[in-house]
Design a protein around this ligand. Sequence first.
Ligand code: FAD
Length: 398
Amino acid sequence: MKSSHGHVLVIGGGGTGAAIIHDLLLQGFSATLVERGELTSGTTGRHHGQLHSGARYAAGDREIARECIQEVEILRRIAPESLEMNYGLFLALTPEDLAFAPDFLDACREATIPVREIPLDQAFRMEPNVNRQARMAVLVPDGTIDAWRLPLQFFATARAGGAAIRTFTEVMEIESAAGSVTGVRVREQATGREYRIAADMVVSAAGAWAGTVAQRAGIHIPVTPAPGTMVAVKKRLNNMVISHLHPAGDGDIIVPQRGLSIVGSTQWLAEDPDSIEVPSAQIEYLVRRASEMIPAFRETPFHAAWAACRPLAGASSNVEDGRKLSRDFIAIDHGRSDNLKGFISVIGGKATVLRAMGEKTVDLVCEHFGVRRECTTAVTPLLPHRAYYNTVPAGRSA
Ligand SMILES: Cc1cc2nc3c(=O)[nH]c(=O)nc-3n(C[C@H](O)[C@H](O)[C@H](O)COP(=O)(O)OP(=O)(O)OC[C@H]3O[C@@H](n4cnc5c(N)ncnc54)[C@H](O)[C@@H]3O)c2cc1C
């Protein structure tokens, strides 16, 4: 590993950890990422895979919507192989939806999302399976993400730059001395062997597990795991992302993924992200909601129902002090909020905005080290995901 501003250890091999370690390497840090399972075995490997244009969020929060459309444009440049730009259709189904439509269109335009109402017969030709009772159709630049390939492109590029990536390795403790982080103690899942990795800084990108990881540094952050259910049926009923044109709610998106159609999602609160059971009533509810948009959904053979876990960040008096905010996610500098220098947690967000999450988090890392920062991840094309398998891990010879 080349010499650098310092050694940063990243916890969590989901999309957020991937974007962070890539940014760190470009910025001249040496970095190690540890993931307790396989890469993307957390929420990243289980979401719908919608590439959000931001239209879904525009009426509720313009800032999030604007961030989504900006990141869609960036990902199209740096990682086109992991995206399908199949666009999205919002369908108004009820008089209430029609009444909401002008606000929806105005909000999208204010957020700079190119939206266009299209004639219903055109919408039905594009997507023959949608509900023919639809009263209005709006075209938006949504798309789909390959949930495995996109993070792998970040990992591949980081590893080619010298990053060390250790899977099936769990962080058991974050060690510190005199109020500063000094490293982590990890356990290899396969052997049970425990050892120490020294680090000048530790960044937790542990998603719904962020609260547990922070506890391993002796810090309390109020994160509640909030799972959401999705249901897939065994047919690609739609090629575009189909959404219900109403204020964003449960069961109002159907995303095509390979030969499947996936409806989602719901949200409830759980004690532990590792022991989540999908409530059966939610499956019936989601099928019903999907059938309102695509009537054939109900008759299509069931494939699977599963849940992925959001980290719901609660309010806390000291979290406010240390956080760098996007409305959608927070990056907390625990040096400021909890007097533990060299420890950062990043919580929340979306797969679509993973690069921006990496940027905001690495801004905090740079502030900590006093490094002048020019982030280049928005203009640096990523290696193909296949390069991950062909890159020699740092510290090993070919
Ligand atoms: C139901 C649902 C649907 C969604 N749909 C979409 C969508 O369509 N489009 C979109 O853009 N976003 C979507 N999202 C959001 C998106 O899935 C998440 O924002 C994103 O996947 C979070 O990635 P992450 O890397 O932060 O977390 P994760 O992917 O959960 O990664 C955290 C990792 O940390 C690891 N870890 C935990 N503890 C330790 C430890 N002690 N040591 C080492 N490793 C550890 C975990 O194993 C895990 O792999 C959805 C979310 C949900 C819940």
